[in-house]
Design a protein around this ligand. Structure first.
Ligand code: HEC
Ligand SMILES: [Cu+2]
Length: 361
């Protein structure tokens, strides 16, 4: 709904100006939401004033003037009673319909949205874009409806973008959607960017989930996407294992531990040693040593690791099941190099995948 008239910014915030009550209004539904807010707000002002004035007037006018007992008051006044029932009823019905229309619009994404996958976890947001790029702040194209497909890895979180007037819970074990469109680009200036909060208290790192929303016009957005999906190209080869490794390991950590802990998949603690020595045994009875060497299935131990990532079902490590998804098409050569390099130097990482030397460099 666009209003047939313009309201001044004291009432409605604009894309670049907040007002006393409201932050900047930077989405297509913000105007309508704010209008509803101000309607209800002003109804409250008016009735507050009315009730207060009448209270003072009546308590003066009908004060006790004599000491002689009480007079019986009026018991009934049909016109008055109908008025104070019907007028609020009409007001409430109008508010309901306006609010319901706004809610339906908020709850129903248009067709052809630009979809971004959102994972909330203690304590970071991870935004995944259709081309495989990912980020921790949210980047969206301007003037296009955007849909967030949200899930949580652990506890309840809630995604709130005040400037867009949208908020929705992120619930473990289910997908929640949220859509919006912003026609007010921010560029890549962090001071101009909008705010993104987790508004469901989720533990000690809750405030780490305060992030930014950058709205870029389509050309700048495409450039950012391309650059973002190539982040790994910009890391020098010898820094790959500790700069890119942990980022990629985050996708393996559900099943593979680094410290020897038992999981869905084998720990990486002794993985390189086993692979180099060829002592790994498979469910079909073969030993890795028989598969590696000139003219055999794998020329090098690294080839075996690479194949385990792209074709996890080919040789099943004893006693594990075929539970690993393939990462073909998800991890490129350089990413696999980074992981293999990390596996080789796994003792340089703590159990969570943080590089232990990070603070000394
Ligand atoms: C859903 C659980 C799961 C995830 C996620 C997972 N894996 Fe696995 N992985 C397994 C299981 C189970 C095995 C053992 C069975 C097999 O060989 O396929 C395994 C085996 C492996 C092996 C061979 C291990 C050995 O002892 O020889 C490598 C290497 C490997 N995974 C790498 C990765 C990498 C890299 C990632 C992340 C990018 C990853 N895995 C993500 C479950 C998983
Ligand atoms: Cu949270």
């Amino acid at each position: 709904m666009t209003l047939p008239f313009e309201l001044p910014t004291v009432l409605l915030a604009s894309a670049d100006e907040a007002n006393f009550w409201l932050p900047r209004a930077a989405s297509t539904i913000a105007g309508e939401t704010d209008f509803m807010f101000q309607v209800i707000n002003w109804i409250c002002y008016v009735f507050f004033a009315l009730v207060t004035v009448l209270l003072i007037v009546f308590s003066w006018r009908y004060r006790q003037r004599t000491k002689e007992g009480f007079q019986a008051g009026p018991t009934h006044h049909t016109t008055l009673e109908v008025t104070w029932t019907v007028v609020p009823l009409i007001i409430v019905i109008v508010i309901f319909f306006m609010g319901f229309k706004g809610y339906l619009n908020f709850a129903t994404p248009p067709r052809d949205t630009y979809d971004i996958n959102v994972t909330a976890a203690k304590w970071l947001w991870s935004f995944k874009y259709p081309n495989g790029a990912s980020s921790e702040d949210l980047y969206i194209p301007a003037e296009e409806p955007v849909r967030l497909i949200m899930r949580s890895e652990d506890v309840l979180h809630s995604l709130f973008i005040p400037e867009f007037r949208v908020k929705r819970d992120v619930v473990p074990g289910r997908y929640n959607n949220l859509w919006f469109q912003s026609d007010a680009p921010t560029g890549d200036d962090p001071n101009a960017a909008y705010h993104l909060f987790c508004t469901e208290y989720c533990g000690t790192g809750h405030s780490n989930m305060n992030r930014r929303v950058f709205v870029l016009d389509r050309v700048a957005f495409d450039e950012w996407l391309t650059k973002q999906s190539r982040w790994i190209e910009d890391i020098p080869d010898d820094e790959l294992y500790f700069k890119a490794g942990p980022k990629i390991y985050a996708r393996c950590s559900n099943c593979h531990s680094l410290d020897g802990a038992v999981g869905t998949g084998p720990t990486w603690k002794d993985l390189w040693q086993r692979t180099k020595d060829g002592t790994t045994e498979f469910t079909d009875g073969t030993r890795l040593a028989d598969l590696i060497g000139p003219g055999k299935e794998y020329a090098t131990p690294e080839d075996y690791l690479r194949d385990s990532i792209y074709n996890p079902g080919r040789h099943l490590v004893k006693p594990y099941t075929n539970a690993m998804p393939t990462f073909k098409g998800q991890l490129n050569d350089r990413m696999v190099d980074a992981v293999i390099a990390m596996i080789k130097r796994v003792d340089e990482f703590d159990a969570k995948g943080n590089w232990k030397n990070a603070t000394t460099k």
